[in-house]
Design a protein around this ligand. Sequence first.
Ligand SMILES: [Zn+2]
Length: 354
Amino acid sequence: MPVTVIAAKPTEEVKGKFRFIDIAVNLTDPVFRGYHHGRKKHDDDLEAMLERSRAAGVVSMIITGGSLHESKEALELARQHGFYATVGCHPTRSAQFDQFKGGAQAYLAALDALIEGNLEGKGRVVAVGECGLDYDRTHFAAPDVQKRNFRLQLSLAKKHHLPLFLHSRAAHADFVQILREEGFGEAGGLAVGGHGGVVHSFTGTAEEAVELMDMGFHIGLNGCSLKTAENLATAKAIRPERIMFETGPSDRFVLSPSDTDPDAPWCSLTSTHASKAHLSSLPPSLKSLYFPPSTKPESFVYGRAVKGRNEPTAIGGVAWVIHKLNDGIPFEKVTEKAWKNTVELFRLHELQAA
Ligand SMILES: [Zn+2]
């Protein structure tokens, strides 16, 4: 590990390289192959993007599986690149359960078989999900469809003793009710064979976060989790032993240090972000790693970041905001805590000794 020197304030001089595991990367998203909103805009630059991420200290990633089909792709990519994957079905796609040949039980059995066959070695499945409830987007799947198929997937976590990779949007009461009814109300469901989990891309209130942490769950923070003053108050309430960092999803909820900076990679959503003030203190040496210069998809240059695309490099920016919110806690302490939490929850043995 590189030696890290953190000088006294206010210079905020930070040296060394900090390491991260991005717990939510939508590496299956065509945007990493040059497709933006369904249209081919530039060459496939997945390798260059991964190289940039490594340079920014992103040592490993957990690739999100958002459906049966996508989970297969996630596992394949994880195997190719030595990462990890989740297997499950996102609430907005949970109608797939009922539309599947043989019905919901057959879809569940297919997810089960995919998990069963990929529990070991390189590119393995480390969590059941992405699953949960999303009441902001019920036009894709009605609440009762989402609830039924969320509950079904909890059985996979119990059976395989895997952590859950959870999504909860505007659905907290139903979300925790189902978790409690299925035995996940305490110690992350230890008594029913569960192994906790993480509620990723968290945008709920501080009270909701505390309730989930008390149930034994971790909280995943990304740019979306740091948009408003209320978001920041929630982020500050996350206990160190429960925190994880991420950048997913890939094309929304992005984070940028400055919307006036011509080099800022993602301008569209940032002018109102409460996180912006905290990113202004990011030292130039880290800013160039976490928010490298980017070009629009139309003027693509191989090896350069693409404007409007959320890349794992930005995970350092998320961690920096948390560092600034927790005045006095060295940046390295923040990044190492999240690293340790992630390695332990998902049992990433390969990274244990690193
Ligand atoms: Zn999600």
